[in-house]
Design a protein around this ligand. Sequence first.
Ligand SMILES: [Zn+2]
Length: 350
Amino acid sequence: MAPQLISRRVVRMGEQEGEEKEGQEVTEVHQSLQSRAVEAMDNMWHKACEKGEEAEIYVEKAMKKAWDAWKTCHISDLPSWLQDNELLHTGHRPPLKSFQACFWSIFRLHTESVNIWTHLIGCIIFACLAVYVYFFNPHPLHWEDKLVFGSFFLGAIICLGMSSSYHTFACHSPHVGRLFSRLDYCGIALLITGSIVPFLYYGFYCEYLPKVCYILIVLALGVLTTVVSLSETFSLPHYRPVRASVFTGFGCSGIIPGIHWFFSQESLHLSSLWYSLLCLILMGVLYVTGAILYALRVPERFFPGKCDYWFHSHQLFHVLVIAAAVVHYNGISELALYRLTSSSDMCDAR
Ligand SMILES: [Zn+2]
C-alpha cells in the first residue's frame, strides 16, 4: 500500500475516533441533563407533597382548634342579644367573637346548622341554574330576557347567600349580628322584587303600559322594603310579626297584577299559561305558609325544647323559601318559553 494512502486512512480513523468520542460526550451530557431534570422534578413533587401535607395539617389543626374552642349551650347561658327564640332550649352557639370561629362552626351541629346549609345549598343551586340559563340554554335569549332573568337570579342568589352568611356570623357580636340580619332582610326584599318582575314582564308581554306601570310600582315597593329592612328597630326579636307582615304584604302585592293578568289573557286556556298561573299560586302558598310558621314559631311552640336541632320553624321557613323559588323559576321559564317560541308578530296580532 502506498504510504500516502496509509497516512490518509490513519487520518480518517483518527477523525472517526474523534467523532465517536464527541458523540459519546454529547450522549453523556444529555443523559446527565436528563437525570438532573428528573431529580429536580422529583424534588419539586416531594416539596409540593410536603406543602400539601402541611396545608392539610394546618386545616385539620384549625378545625380542631375551632371545634374544641366552644361547646353548645342552653339558651339561659346566652347573652340577651343572642336569645332570639326561647322555644329552642339547647344546642346554641355561644358568642364566638372571631369570623374564623364563626366560619368553622358551619361544620358543627347546633341550632343554626340547618339554617346555614339549607340556604347555602339553595344559593349554589341557583348559581348553577343561572350558568345553565345564560350559557347552555337551547333557546337564545335577547338582552331584555337576560336582564329579566338576571333580576330573578340576582335576587335569589343574594337572598340565599346573605341568609346563609347571617346565620353563620350572627353569633360574632351584637354589632356584626345586627349588620348581617339587616343584609338578610335586604336579600328577602330583593328576592321578592326579582320574583315579581319576570312575571310582570312575560305576563303583560304585549301590554306595554300595564307592564311598565306594574314593574315601576314593584321596584318602588322593593326600594321601600329595603330601606325599612335597613332600620335598626326592624331587626329586633319582638318585631318578628312585623317583619313577617311586611314581607308577606310585599309578596301579596303581586296579587293585583295577577288578577288583572288572569282576566286580560284571552289565550289563557293554553296549557303553558295555566301552568305558569298554577306555579304563581303555589309559590304564594309556599311563601305565606313559611311566613306564618316563622311568625307563629310552629312547631316549637307546641314542642318547646324538642326541635332545637331539627325541624324548628326557621328551618321549615328556609326550606319553603327554596321550594317557592324553584316553583317560581319553573313558572317564569314556562311563561318565557311560551312568549319566546310564539310567532314574532304575536304582539302585533292583538
Ligand atoms: Zn333565616
